[in-house]
Design a protein around this ligand. Structure first.
Ligand SMILES: *Cc1c(COP(=O)(O)O)cnc(C)c1O
Length: 299
């Protein structure tokens, strides 16, 4: 197994959102916007990286954080505060209510004299996903052997959509396995497929084959951001065998999925699997109670 280190993309501790933001922020600048408004949970990597990208480019970040407001600013939320992002908390998961709050935040930015650019959840538009078409091209250039499978965490679907389009353009390219962190297959497959089609159209390349969107949905447990025993085990396993950190929301669950797919014989002997590390490590801090029992071995 090989690991593609998008936890090292270099923007405020790294992560996959840098590749989407490369294109989204370019559009914001092209439209002469002066602020960016986006949305995510209190431990959103997307929000943290958007805030960092804004500061890098001289734009003002406005973040709508959904769910209960944490008592302490830790992990990504600490970084949001360090970047001086304007924060609005709303304790709901209802999409319509979130859309209303997002419009209010956009209005706040206008009232402050800004021209806002709005990025939807996870930056998963066709333009954002284009960053992952380019990422797959990068893997193709870097690969020194045939790559048979790519395993990646899939949330809002833009990362997987871009990778699927990129794999379609790579002769003999890999099969992309999305490990869902929040949605059942019936929801995530059509979402990724639609986004992949839009992305292919935007770039003027062939749309992916009908069976190219593969989603595994038995690894997210009770729901988004909820720790599972398999996720905890996967984080420990990779920490102790590789000295490498995974995150509790995305890559821990994706790795738990990879381990199970190996056990189930989904990958054939001799095939090469690339695990796409999408980042998220700052959130670990907010999940420390799950690792409270991990003490140093006796000396
Ligand atoms: C956002 C995110 C993902 C999922 O990417 P999507 O494009 O939303 O599917 C995976 N891993 C990490 C660490 C993320 O922050």
């Amino acid at each position: 197994m090989l690991i593609k280190r998008d936890d090292q993309t270099g923007l405020a501790t790294g992560g996959n959102k840098a590749r989407k933001l490369e294109y989204l922020m370019a559009e914001a600048l092209g439209r002469e916007c002066t602020a960016v408004v986006t949305v995510g949970g209190p431990q959103s990597n997307h929000c943290r990286m958007t805030a960092a990208a804004c500061r890098r480019l001289g734009l003002e970040p406005y973040l709508l954080l959904t769910g209960p407001q944490p008592a302490e600013a830790e992990g990504n939320l600490l970084f949001d505060r360090l970047f001086g992002a304007h924060l609005r908390f709303v304790d709901t998961t209802d999409e319509a209510a979130i859309a209303v709050e997002l419009a209010c935040l956009e209005e706040d930015a206008r009232a402050a004299g800004h021209r806002p650019y709005v990025i939807p959840l996870g930056g998963s538009t066709a333009l954002g996903a284009a960053g992952y078409v380019e990422a797959m091209r990068e893997l193709e250039r870097q690969a020194t052997c045939r790559v048979d499978h790519v395993v990646v965490a899939s949330g809002s679907g833009g990362t997987q959509a871009g990778l699927v389009v990129g794999a379609g353009a790579w002769f003999g390219g890999p099969r992309v396995h999305g490990v869902s962190v929040s949605r059942p297959r019936e929801v995530l497959v059509p979402l990724v497929a639609r986004l992949a089609d839009e992305t292919a159209r935007l770039l003027g390349v062939d749309p992916p084959a009908a069976d190219a969107v593969v989603v595994h949905d038995c690894y997210f447990g009770p729901g988004y951001g909820v720790m599972t025993e398999d996720c905890r085990e996967a984080i420990r396993l990779v920490a102790r065998t590789e000295g490498l950190l995974l995150d509790p929301v995305y890559t821990g669950k994706a790795m738990a999925g990879l381990v199970d797919l190996v056990r189930k014989g989904v990958f054939e002997r001799g095939q090469t699997v690339v695990f796409w590390h999408t980042g998220g490590v700052p959130a670990l801090q907010a999940y420390r109670k799950w690792f409270a029992g991990d003490t140093a071995p006796p000396t």
